[in-house]
Design a protein around this ligand. Sequence first.
Ligand SMILES: [Cu+2]
Length: 321
Amino acid sequence: MAGVRRNILTDATARDRYIEGARALKAEHLGPTTAQLGIPGPARQVSTWDLFVAWHHTAMNRFTPATQTDRNAAHRGPVFLPWHRFMLILLELQFQRVLDDDSFGLPYWDWAADGDRSPAQQRRSELWNSDTMGGEGNPVTTGPFAFDGAQAGSWRVRLDVDAQGRLRSTDRGLRRALGQSVADLPRTSDLAAALELDEYDRAPWSTTSEQFRNRLEGWRPQEKAPGLHNRVHVWVGGDMLPSSSPNDPVFYLNHCNCDRVWAAFQAQRSEPPYLPTNSAGIALQGHRIDDRMYALLSRPVTPRQMLDVEDFYTYDSLDVA
Ligand SMILES: [Cu+2]
């Protein structure tokens, strides 16, 4: 049964199930050890939740072929949206398994609705209440992902990156600094402008492209950067900044909303559904429609396989702007 993805601020059941599932996946250790993932230090088992942290970090540090620009295997190029769609589907399947509910859908955070309010109100959004994501701090001390070192139930960050950007073992609380690096979230008018663009992506297929993917990722327009997706990461701050950003459960709420925006774009502009095609040069390897995307926890899929995913999930609303 396909899951339905709902707004976390208007659906208490989706909210509570997301929290319950996240905590269960964080507590589950079935997979490889840190040593098997190439992480230095004493070997220890990595939780299911943290495997996704490692996968995201690895993808972000993978550049193939070496000749291409700053595109990596999951960002700064066309594959940004289908790669994260693939990641969310795999995570959603894990939630369905631990919750024993194959109708579970990841919730989304409609951040532009908060972005239309004043900066002070944005920081007081219900999202940061103790019954939802909890607040900010170093570490976060309220809500379901709070840290209290002595408590067994504390949410612990176990993988993060060092000053050189390498994945390492750690044991600490989650960090957030709401509105510190940028004062405000994206607005619905920013989303509406992105949805008016004609094409999915365009040459040079990078952070300088002037079409939908790059606008939603948040590199353009330059005067508004960081925009949309990037701006949400920067606004939340703390653990949402580096390549280990899936440490914060807010990561998936942001990406689920980005995916919803893409679904809305797809619904209004169907042809061509994705660019570039297979005739693009080797420098676009990993980003062309039938290239295999970088996988770590499963067999790889292609962007084309991520274009029609209604068998996996639907959104309660595509009314995004
Ligand atoms: Cu990412």
